[in-house]
Design a binder for this molecule. Structure first.
Ligand SMILES: *[C@@H]1O[C@H](CO)[C@@H](O)[C@H](O)[C@H]1NC(C)=O
Ligand SMILES: *[C@@H]1O[C@H](CO)[C@@H](O)[C@H](O)[C@H]1NC(C)=O
Ligand SMILES: *[C@@H]1O[C@H](CO)[C@@H](O)[C@H](O)[C@H]1NC(C)=O
Ligand SMILES: *[C@@H]1O[C@H](CO)[C@@H](O)[C@H](O)[C@H]1NC(C)=O
Ligand SMILES: *[C@@H]1O[C@H](CO)[C@@H](O)[C@H](O)[C@H]1NC(C)=O
Ligand SMILES: *[C@@H]1O[C@H](CO)[C@@H](O)[C@H](O)[C@H]1NC(C)=O
Length: 354
């Protein structure tokens, strides 16, 4: 299939009537000046949605889900690409676009600042509840559970999903480019954004009005291979395990320092497949083969109910069966009472039930 984003946009514009235009929050880890981010922002905006970006003031790759707040109220050094001068507030708007915000914290911190500061103060009609969170496209793929844990693009998405917002992380294979240097329609940033849009838009278009884009606690991890010949690659349903990488520590005898490399041969632990359809191909392999991978994840880290879990739980059976006072009914009742006392209500959004 050739790229036909104009057709896609026409279709999108035709289908997204103003009533089902979504409120979409965007983030990333490469910084608010990212060409990839800005191109996807434009496509979502052109499709008729309300789009707000709150992204790091500078590159924050590899920060995973860690939440690190700015340590000063004002920037001590200029932002990425000198878009914002030193001395300006650590959170604010892009001077050329009111709906593009920066914050000088990690990607996950940006998601929380978006939900708890930018939205309530400046976009009260959003009710702190975007319909969708979209991250990226990242410069470089984020494949397999280990890398997903490292990626700020995915971490910002985990933060959104944790707050009951459907989240889609997108990652591409192109190199960093500032948004103001993306001047050609064939720029890799434009192509990465188009492919991301095609996938994100499918989720939007195939969700009936009034329904959530994803079930509670679900997220999507989309990875895009290097794009050649202006062609839309095949899109493949994938799983997170399967030929996935993890790190190995590489020691340099001369410097006494460590660096990382992908472990080779692959580690079994990161590729142990228990959840979901284990006949699906691994996302790492699919992207290496030139496909776009679409993996689903949930924030439920709990091991599935199977013979292995049974075997492991059996080891603590005597301990756990010795605590009769803490049955789940009692425990969840205490949790709810505690929360009600602290906050007066369950949290906002869809917390409290699917
Ligand atoms: C931070 O910047 C704002 C606006 O530029 C300024 O009014 C304020 O005095 C600054 N605060 C500090 C602590 O420098
Ligand atoms: C943007 O493009 C200009 C002109 O090609 C180039 O000199 C500059 O290095 C680029 N900026 C970045 C940050 O890549
Ligand atoms: C891209 O196009 C060139 C020239 O037509 C062709 O030789 C090459 O095989 C194509 N590559 C892919 C991956 O389609
Ligand atoms: C170790 O570090 C030195 C100094 O940076 C470098 O020249 C050398 O190539 C490194 N060795 C390996 C095996 O990477
Ligand atoms: C549990 O306790 C019983 C009785 O003391 C003992 O026979 C059994 O080995 C224990 N099982 C485990 C898994 O610790
Ligand atoms: C759990 O505790 C509740 C409240 O004390 C009690 O009504 C219920 O029977 C208990 N359930 C089990 C399985 O022990």
């Amino acid at each position: 299939m050739r790229f036909s984003v104009n057709t896609a946009l026409t279709v999108a514009l035709g289908l997204v009537a103003s009533t089902d235009a979504l409120k979409i929050l965007m983030g990333n880890d490469d910084g608010f000046g990212s060409g990839n981010l800005r191109e996807l922002y434009k496509l979502l905006l052109d499709a008729g949605h309300e789009v707000l970006v709150v992204a790091p003031a500078r590159g924050q790759s590899g920060k995973g889900s860690t939440v690190i707040w700015a340590e000063t109220a004002n920037l001590t050094t200029p932002s990425q690409y000198d878009i914002i001068p030193a001395g300006a507030p650590a959170v604010g708007r892009d001077p050329n676009n009111d709906n593009i915000w920066y914050y000088d914290g990690t990607p996950a911190a940006c998601t929380f600042v978006a939900l708890d500061f930018v939205l309530p103060r400046y976009y009260p009609d959003w009710n702190q509840t975007p319909d969708l969170f979209v991250s990226g496209p990242n410069y470089g793929t984020n494949l397999g559970a280990f890398v997903m844990g490292l990626s700020g693009t995915v971490g910002a998405t985990f933060a959104a999903v944790s707050r009951s917002i459907p989240g889609i992380a997108t990652s591409a294979s192109n190199k960093a480019v500032p948004y103001f240097n993306v001047t050609s329609a064939s720029d890799p940033a434009v192509l990465a954004a188009k492919v991301s849009f095609e996938v994100v838009n499918e989720f939007i278009q195939n969700t009936p009005e009034g329904q959530e884009i994803l079930p509670l606690g679900y997220g999507v991890n989309v990875n895009i291979p290097e794009l050649v010949n202006n062609t839309m690659p095949p899109v493949v349903k994938t799983r997170i395990t399967g030929n996935a990488n993890t790190d190995v520590a590489v020691y340099n005898e001369t410097t006494g320092l460590f660096t990382w490399d992908n472990i080779d041969p692959l580690a079994a632990g990161i590729n142990a497949a228990y959840n979901g359809d284990i006949s699906l191909p691994g996302e790492t392999w699919v992207v290496a083969g030139g496909g776009v991978s679409v993996s689903l994840f949930t924030l439920d880290f709990t091991a599935p109910s199977n013979k292995y879990t049974e075997l492991v739980f059996d080891k603590v059976e005597n301990l756990t069966s010795g605590s009769p006072s803490m049955n789940t009914t009692v425990y969840s009742k205490r949790m709810v009472e505690e929360r009600m006392r602290k906050r007066g209500a369950m949290l906002t959004g869809r917390d409290g039930g699917a």
